[in-house]
Write a protein that binds this ligand. Sequence first.
Ligand code: SF4
Length: 80
Amino acid sequence: MKVAVREGKCKGYGFCADLAPNAYELDGSGYNALVGQPPARVPAGLEGEAREGAEACPLRALVVEESDDDASGPAPAPRR
Ligand code: SF4
């Protein structure tokens, strides 16, 4: 899973980091630290928190990508 901030959408309300402090950080100005950054991988075990924090944003600034770009899909079936 990856998360990103839509360009120009974050207005620094901080609900994301209040609700999901392990998944999101704010910068010194109170904006999500992912502003202007490429999508960031969510550490294993924090997926639910990342989703909740994204849903808390009143501006829907956070985008959650459920699948990782670099995941190559399911492993191929073993040959017989
Ligand atoms: S992403 Fe949304 S909730 Fe988080 S700081 Fe930005 S505007 Fe606020």
